[in-house]
Write a protein that binds this ligand. Structure first.
Ligand SMILES: CSC[C@@H](O)[C@@H](O)C(=O)COP(=O)(O)O
Length: 391
């Protein structure tokens, strides 16, 4: 069964609560823009493309119910209708998390759709709503298709450009954070490449970091890889250098593949905290370092990584951990409880710095894989995005 993190049908939106995974699979109704804002801000849903799509669909689901029943759409701004109501809610959702550009990109595109619908002769609230709903629904479809193409391009590139002289010509790769079905509309970006390698029988093993402090790796990537029976092994973030340093063929890492929250115009890439450290390690160990992202993550209006706003989250997310209680029986076997609790792993009064993302300089990146193909640096060592946006 395909893992479905976003359940959408016209008028209805549900998300799989990622704070409960992998221990509990709970779907939450998203009935309002406020619900979507809360889910994004609290990271019940996370991952750059998924954030954008849930925000867009939350408004679509509300106004679809409104178009059908003529009832209150349950959006913020009860004294507004049609275009104004949509603009207002899009702007509100934009404030939910700052670093990933996909949300801002979606808002810009959806505002354009609404403006064009307003300009149509005889436009009504109903016709504006319909135009919005169709555009938001199309984003869901497009993201899955784009990720499948990222998977194909990325796998092709890895098989061409990295040393595949491992048992049966297979490669092992390392990834960070969660970039799969849970972080996107489906299939995934960096994890999409891993899926593509696996489906062609070229994947020996996917290593993934636990990704402290939010543990997107251990909680979410592990869950997805197990779900799809992809051979995999978790490491803590601090084990990456040791893994790359291993000289055993069977463990040899061909490349590190990560996703992105925002790629600046020069290729500098903001992604989950810890990405930068992996890129430095890759350079030292002469291992390819690849960023996988749809074009919606490339922000040509941001000149370089220096201009990217990095979200800082609460210290508490570093000093606590979530999970079910573990009980050890007399024979030493473990049983894991059902419900998720939060436990302190440090005294919170010490405080902790908690940037959610870091920026990897483009000089450390070998290739950026998009749905349109793989971009490498030119002779002067610069990424040139022009041709990716030719259409
Ligand atoms: C396809 S997801 C790419 C990125 O969004 C992902 O690597 C990441 O950094 C997610 O961060 P998160 O804080 O979990 O939203």
């Amino acid at each position: 069964m395909v893992l479905q993190a976003i359940r959408y049908s016209r008028g209805s939106l549900q998300i799989l609560d990622q704070l409960k995974l992998p221990h509990e699979e709970i779907y939450r109704d998203i009935r309002t823009a406020q619900d979507a804002w809360d889910a994004i801000h609290s990271m019940q849903v996370r991952g750059a493309p998924a954030i954008a799509i849930v925000a867009a669909l939350s408004i679509a689901a509300c106004i679809a119910r409104c178009n059908k029943n003529g009832a209150d759409s349950a959006l913020l701004g009860p004294d507004m209708t049609g275009a104004d109501l949509i603009y207002h809610n899009l702007r509100f959702l934009l404030t939910s998390r700052p670093t990933a550009v996909n949300l801002a990109d979606a808002v810009k595109k959806l505002e354009k759709v609404v403006r064009q619908a307003q300009q149509q002769a005889g436009s009504t609230d109903y016709s504006i709503n319909e135009a919005y709903i169709q555009a938001a629904e199309q984003m869901l479809v497009d993201d899955v298709r784009d990720n499948e193409n990222i998977g194909i391009h990325g796998a092709d590139w890895i098989l061409r450009r990295t040393d595949t002289a491992f048992p049966a010509g297979k490669v092992s790769v390392l990834t960070h954070c969660n970039t799969g079905s849970l972080a996107t509309a489906g299939y995934g970006t960096a994890l999409g490449i891993i899926r593509s390698l696996h489906s062609r029988n070229y994947l020996k093993r996917a290593y993934y970091t636990e990704t402290r402090p939010y543990n997107q790796g251990s909680r979410l990537t592990g869950y997805e890889l197990m779900h799809d029976n992809i051979p995999s092994q978790m490491i803590t973030d601090s084990m990456a250098a040791a893994l790359l340093g291993l000289k055993r063929d069977a463990e040899n890492i061909s490349c590190i593949i990560v996703g992105a929250d925002r790629v600046a115009a020069n290729g500098d890439t903001a992604n989950k905290i810890g990405t930068y450290a992996l890129a430095v390690l890759a350079k030292w160990h002469n291992v390819k370092f690849i960023v996988a992202a749809p074009r919606t993550t490339i922000d040509l209006n941001t000149a370089s990584g220096d201009d990217i706003i990095i979200e800082e989250r609460k210290s508490l997310e570093v000093t606590t951990m979530r999970g079910p209680a573990v009980q050890r029986a007399e024979d030493g076997s473990l049983s894991i409880g059902d419900s998720v609790h939060e436990i302190a792993i440090a005294a919170d009064q010490y405080g902790a710095w908690n940037p959610a993302f870091d920026v990897t300089c483009h000089t450390l990146i070998d290739a950026i894989v998009t749905e349109k193909g793989v971009l490498e640096k030119d002779e002067s060592g610069e990424f040139y995005f022009g041709k990716l946006f030719a259409d």
